[in-house]
Design a protein around this ligand. Sequence first.
Ligand code: SF4
Ligand code: SF4
Ligand code: FES
Length: 230
Amino acid sequence: MKNNPETKTVQITVAGKPMEAREGQTIVHALWQAGMASEVMTGCLGGVCGACTVSVRYPDGRKGGTELACLHQVEEGMQVFPFPVDPIPTKPPVKEPDAAKLREAYPTLDRCTKCESCTYACPMDIPVMDSVLRMQKGEVEQVAQDFTTCIHCGLCRAVCEDKVEPHQMGMWVRRSLGQSLPNMTPQEEPEGEAEREWGYLMEGTLEQRLERARQFRTQESLNSLEDSKE
Ligand code: SF4
Ligand code: SF4
Ligand code: FES
């Protein structure tokens, strides 16, 4: 790696392999720069897809833990362990979900020993264990709220020694509640409507198309576009 003399470098290990990284880089960017991209899976690079799960340890004895490698910055002496989480099949959602239906779909629900590891592991700060306890009581609306920001990274499942699978149950609750909403029958689109709309958007000169595209923007974003031209 070529370094600007001003740039501070740090030494870390990834899956036991030593490598040099630039201070302030994320683990993912450091791996890319070192030609070791395949050590950690990636997707969105923005903390959204949950693909880049790792656990980290620090040399000074600070508590490490589970992290998303696309967001977490390297530090001197950090040890990084890729944490691939195998996909597991989801259970089909049902209408009007309650505790009994959830138990039927996920008999693992009552295995929870309240160790709280899942809550500590969650990179999205979801109160996972509390939500598992709400699931046991059938408080499905609150559970759906709890899991709104779940990125399905699977870290809560990976650290759960009792194989409770909280994230799968959270997703099941959300999908089941969604399926229970009234008037969810998809409306038939009038024949040829999508093609007509697409044709309209693609008609005319570039200027005309840009002008039409403006209707999909907010005034604020149009103003900032104008400002950027000045
Ligand atoms: S890690 Fe598993 S056993 Fe521990 S609190 Fe979470 S769901 Fe319960
Ligand atoms: S609840 Fe589990 S799967 Fe969802 S973001 Fe937290 S750790 Fe990841
Ligand atoms: S790459 Fe998507 S969360 Fe990190």
